[in-house]
Design a binder for this molecule. Structure first.
Ligand code: GLP
Length: 242
């Protein structure tokens, strides 16, 4: 595990963007696992800027997002598809046909979850998976629980997660969907490399528990301790020596 402590949000975003860019330079047809949430927005701005300058090219890349809400139309401003269009896809040269998210409106969400795992396998797996960290230690939408759920699945969102995400829905927790489709723990852990980005003093305690506490489904991100190639870029950090 490598932990990089950044001086501020901008520096965190730039360092993480450099890691993603180097992945693309080394393998232009990389399968990139992408994430939503407020944390990666600065990374996406940086990647978009480098693409605009001609320093980065996504033309041969493929993306697979971690998760999607159930029951929001794809063009709803808070669907993760809309988030990705707005914050990244509209500003880079990724082929839209190669930008994948689970379909949160599939008639059978469980079948859609199975299809998504099949898709990731068909693509040859994820080369680099970007992850944020939920306030309760979730990754993707893998919520704390009694067991790790291995494959992509439909999840009932916890009150804490819906509360945390209510800010995107005008502060109205009732407007936050109660279910989502998320990559499972095995799907995430199968990625060749994982890049975890965490920003904010209020997340440093859960980050410390994830990286140094027991590996437990009560802190889903703690499983990342077992990954062979994990890089954490965080700000402000929690005092661990690098
Ligand atoms: C959502 C996403 C996660 C993300 C988390 C943290 O729940 N499903 O992938 O990591 O939010 O978001 P933020 O970066 O806004 O704190």
């Amino acid at each position: 595990m490598k932990i990089i402590t950044a001086t501020d949000y901008q520096s965190m975003s730039r360092k993480a963007a450099q890691i993603i860019a180097s992945q693309l330079v080394l393998k232009e047809n990389s399968v990139l696992g992408l994430a939503t949430g407020s944390t990666p927005i600065g990374i996406y701005e940086q990647l978009a800027a480098w693409t605009k300058q001609g320093d980065l090219c996504f033309r041969n890349a493929v993306s697979v997002n971690l998760d999607e809400y159930c029951g929001l139309p794809a063009d709803h401003p808070e669907s993760y598809r809309s988030f990705m269009e707005k914050n990244l896809f509209s500003s880079i040269d990724l082929n839209p046909a190669n930008a994948h998210l689970p379909n949160g409106n599939a008639a059978d969400p469980n079948e859609e979850a199975r299809r998504y795992d099949g898709l990731v396998q068909e693509l040859g797996g994820v080369d680099l998976q970007l992850l944020g960290l939920g306030h309760n230690g979730h990754i993707g939408f893998n919520e704390p629980g009694e067991a790790f759920v291995m494959d992509t699945h439909v999840i009932e969102l916890s009150d804490k997660t819906r509360q945390a995400n209510a800010r995107f829905f005008g502060g109205d927790i009732a407007a936050v969907p109660s279910k989502a489709i998320t990559m499972g723990i095995r799907t995430i852990m199968n990625a060749n490399k994982i890049l975890l980005v965490v920003s904010g003093e209020e997340k440093m305690d859960i980050l410390r528990r994830a990286l140094e506490g027991p590996v437990t489904p009560h802190v889903p991100a703690s499983i990342l301790q077992l990954h062979k190639d994990l890089t954490v870029v965080c700000h402000p950090g929690y005092g661990r020596e690098q």
